[in-house]
Ligand binder design. Structure first.
Ligand SMILES: C[S@@+](CC[C@H](N)C(=O)[O-])C[C@H]1O[C@@H](n2cnc3c(N)ncnc32)[C@H](O)[C@@H]1O
Length: 231
């Protein structure tokens, strides 16, 4: 029988081999998981649709499963095959995860290529936006807008000071990329009601951004100028 690596070992291994997409050395803490699921915790009695983007080994998923019940839908979108295998194992073996496995779907593909028949009430994302080319960030933001219900909540993470440090230290094309990503994120935020909370008990310390889509619908416009973006 093959020996499987524990969650933190697997995460570190994937960070070393796939730095750009993994984006952190270790899974998020329970404090960050609690903060990012704040809106979900206040769900009402009607069935909900939840999208978990970039779950890695399942730090946020482990909180999400606590708040779901039969009739809900959970879609999980993860690009990394090793993380997908870990998630499949957790849904098959951990009792709290097993309880919702019948209405959970794991999708192994880049989030920006993911589509769904219906939009979601809650999108919870661990994607490391600041690592990606601007064109990828634009596609991801467009997907959030497309997949979030009017009045729905999108919550994602940004590591504290990382953006400022990168802006200060980077040069040339990397500096252009960092500025373009920042402009895209700010423009996308400006189309939503936004609240923020800092979580210091995480490695690295993080800030959670909670964005609420306008109740009338965002109309699929992210404010992105697609023509000015370079990879
Ligand atoms: C910073 S880790 C966060 C993992 C987990 N949510 C946590 O907080 O511990 C980023 C995760 O996003 C995944 N990822 C990166 N780019 C992705 C993409 N384009 N589509 C789907 N998943 C992606 C990575 O494989 C990784 O699991």
């Amino acid at each position: 029988m093959s020996r499987r690596p524990p969650v933190t070992t697997l995460f570190l291994r994937e960070f070393c081999t796939k730095f750009e997409t993994t984006g952190a050395v270790t899974p998020s803490t329970r404090y960050l998981a609690r903060a990012i699921t704040r809106h979900l915790r206040r769900r009402g009695p009607t069935p909900i649709r939840v999208l978990d983007c970039g779950p890695g080994t399942g730090a946020f998923t482990d909180r999400i499963v606590e708040h779901l019940r039969p009739g809900d839908v959970l879609d999980v979108v993860e690009i990394n095959d090793a993380f997908v295998r870990m998630l499949q194992r957790r849904f098959a073996t951990e009792p709290r995860w097993q309880a919702i496995s019948d209405f959970t779907n794991i999708h192994n593909l880049p989030f920006q290529n993911f589509d769904a028949a219906e939009p979601y009430d809650f999108i919870i994302s661990g994607l490391p936006h600041s690592n990606f080319p601007a064109i990828t960030v634009a596609e991801i933001l467009h997907s959030y807008t497309r997949l979030l219900k009017p009045g729905g909540a999108l919550s994602y993470v940004e590591y504290l000071y990382l953006r400022q440090i990168r802006k200060t230290l980077s040069r040339g094309s990397e500096r252009v990329r960092v500025s373009s990503v920042e402009q895209l994120m700010l423009s996308h935020m400006s189309e939503h009601q936004v609240t923020h909370e800092s979580v210091l008990r995480n490695v690295p310390p993080a800030r959670v951004h909670h964005l609420t889509a306008p109740a009338g619908g965002a109309g699929g416009n992210t404010g992105t100028d697609w023509n000015t973006l370079s990879a």
